[in-house]
Write a protein that binds this ligand. Structure first.
Ligand code: 3PG
Length: 215
């Protein structure tokens, strides 16, 4: 049975359609990057815990970009989960599952999408009440063909595929009936961030949302 927090996450993801995966190297890039994404119509952001400044960057976005809906990704264990809860993030995402992480996430009020790539991992997620999951790494785990395979035994599961998704294939993924949103790093290329090309990032977001709406 699906829980209220999973339903809230499903609503958030399906409204977002695209969730940029942000790996923020410099604290000072966080706010202008988030502002650029929001200006381009992309409100829900996944800040990954992959850099030393990730938590500080997420805090800054939450404080200074009120329209941004800040989630945290790359949650690998209970300690990460606890840090994310303390931060007040709106949602959490992990690339995979462990029994310990699933148990901790099930006991938390944080809306959470565990990462799965196989039927067995999905069964573990379901056993803890998670019927909205990240399919990762989506392209190299078999792409839409693999996802259709999973839809057979798991018709009620909703997916956010991530990994190898970009401008050229986002619409194909979103056309799958069990896909609520797609995630990816393509909306914030490191070179554009490094050169502070915020207008370029806004333009890319606008273009992506326009083409996804038209698809
Ligand atoms: C993730 O963590 O979701 C992926 O690293 C993003 O994958 P991508 O860089 O292929 O979009």
């Amino acid at each position: 049975m699906t829980s209220t927090k999973q339903e809230a996450l499903a609503t958030l993801f399906s409204q977002a359609k695209v969730i940029p995966v942000l790996t923020i190297e410099r604290r000072e890039d966080a706010v202008p990057l988030a502002k650029a994404l929001v200006a381009g119509g992309v409100y829900s952001l996944e800040v990954t815990l992959r850099t030393p400044v990730a938590i500080e960057a997420a805090k800054a976005i939450m404080a200074e970009v009120p329209d941004a809906i800040v989630g945290i990704g790359t949650i690998l264990n209970q300690d990460d989960l606890a840090r994310v809860e303390a931060l007040g993030a709106r949602f959490g995402i992990s690339p995979g599952v462990t029994p310990e992480l699933l148990k901790a996430a099930a006991g938390s009020s944080l809306p959470f999408a565990p990462g799965i790539a196989t039927a067995s991992e999905l069964m573990q997620a379901l056993a803890h009440g998670f019927d909205l999951v990240k399919f990762f790494p989506a392209e190299s785990s078999g792409g839409t063909k693999a996802l259709r395979g999973l839809a057979g035994p798991f018709p009620n599961v909703r997916f956010c595929p991530t990994g190898g998704i970009g401008e050229d294939n986002a619409a194909t993924w979103l056309a799958e009936p069990n896909v609520v949103a797609v995630g990816g790093s393509w909306l914030c290329p490191p070179a554009e961030v490094r050169s502070n090309n915020w207008a370029g990032i806004t333009a890319m977001c606008e273009r992506a949302l326009k083409s996804l709406k038209a698809a």
